[in-house]
Design a protein around this ligand. Structure first.
Ligand code: PMV
Length: 359
């Protein structure tokens, strides 16, 4: 049996703007995981997961590719990962084989509600990692990220892939998304292997050092958010609000670059100032586009953290899920934890998953 696990992620800054190729963001990988176990099988493959229902999803191949007996959204990413690796394997002249995949996730709570820690991305990265071992592909980490990206944009064409990069590389990263149209053109023109070996317009991943004088705290609002709905709403707005949107992109870039500089210099005050700036920038986008990024629970989470001198903001698309807080390591956070408890905000005890491999 092959077992591969991939960490979840949190966006620290740059959300929404990062959807546009070349716009910077900062993310971390967290020490909660999706695990994929792969066992070889014969004649047909299957996907088992408690999160995706009791019955396994069974798949096989016909002359058109992978055929499935189910239509379930979370499974789409796994099937797309399988199909993308199958194309790679066929380009290499390797005979495709069958396998059973069992998925288990720590990125949902016991009742199956998602924490918003990037479970779709982590399952994609873990599936590709397992297939990399199964077929002895010896893909580099960057190639595995690119393969995960090709699989993801086949399902969600607008996804920035920041979550895939964090899950693949671990640690703290600065990330700018590739032009997804360019990546797909490379795949069509040069095949999957050619696309993996090419440079992708806009893509940039750089490792960042964690701030030594700040502690990360994560609050979970308990209400799951729909990233695709929020991103689609913004895309709908954008054409009627070009000026606001351009202003948002410029402001986001300013604060994310300030955050990256502060991290490079291990400047705790600079990190906190940049996070507060990123929160205000998302707030301005929210008022212009009426997206509902900062829900009342996320506002409370951040306001109570700011009241004790910390910096805080929603993480990811907002609309629910988690908020991140950066507080001085020696600060007393007991009053903040009490406030959160009174407001039904759950403190998730998370640490950063360590950086893996070179970039
Ligand atoms: O809600 P999350 O954690 O999946 O993050 C979404 C972040 C966006 O920038 C809004 C979308 C994206 O694809 O990066």
């Amino acid at each position: 049996m092959i077992t591969v696990r991939a960490p979840g992620k949190l966006f620290i800054a740059g959300e929404y703007a990062v959807v546009e190729p070349g716009n910077p963001s900062v993310l971390i990988a967290v020490d909660r995981y999706v695990r994929v176990d792969l066992t070889p099988s014969v004649g047909k493959g299957s996907i088992h997961s408690e999160q995706y229902g009791r019955q396994p999803v069974v798949w096989y191949r016909d002359s058109n590719g992978i055929v499935v007996d189910h239509d379930m959204q979370p499974v789409d990413y796994i099937l797309s990962s399988i199909a993308t690796v199958e194309q790679l394997v066929s380009e290499l002249g390797v005979t495709p084989r069958f396998y059973d995949l069992t998925v288990s996730s720590e990125l949902d709570d016991v009742s199956g509600r998602k924490f918003g820690l990037g479970s779709s991305a982590a399952v994609t990265v873990a599936t590709i990692g397992a297939l990399n071992e199964f077929y002895d592909l010896e893909l580099t980490r960057l190639e595995r990220y690119k393969l995960a990206m090709l699989a993801t944009i086949a399902v969600s064409p607008r996804a920035s892939g920041g979550d895939l990069a964090a899950s693949t590389f671990g640690g703290w990263i600065a990330y700018s998304a590739p032009d997804r149209g360019h990546a797909m053109t490379l795949r069509d023109e040069r095949g999957v292997i050619g696309a993996l070996r090419s440079d992708w317009d806009g893509l940039s991943v750089r490792r960042l050092a964690p701030p030594s004088a700040l502690r990360l705290m994560v609050g979970w609002t308990g209400s799951p958010a729909s990233t695709s709905r929020l991103v689609d709403n913004l895309q709908g707005r954008r054409w009627t609000d070009e000026v606001h949107y351009a202003d948002f992109l410029a402001r986001s870039r300013h604060h994310v670059e300030a955050l990256i500089t502060a991290l490079d210099e291990d400047d705790a005050e600079g990190v906190k100032t940049a996070i507060r700036g990123a929160r205000r920038t998302l707030g301005a986008l929210d008022s212009a586009a009426k997206l509902g990024i900062e829900t009342p629970a996320l506002a409370r989470l951040s306001d109570t953290a700011e009241a004790i001198g910390a910096a805080a903001k929603s993480s990811g698309a907002g609309g629910g899920d988690c908020g991140v807080v950066f507080v001085d390591v020696d600060a007393d956070v007991s009053a903040l934890l009490r406030e959160w408890e009174l407001s039904d905000i759950r403190h998730l005890a998370l640490s950063v998953h360590p950086a893996e491999g070179g970039l």
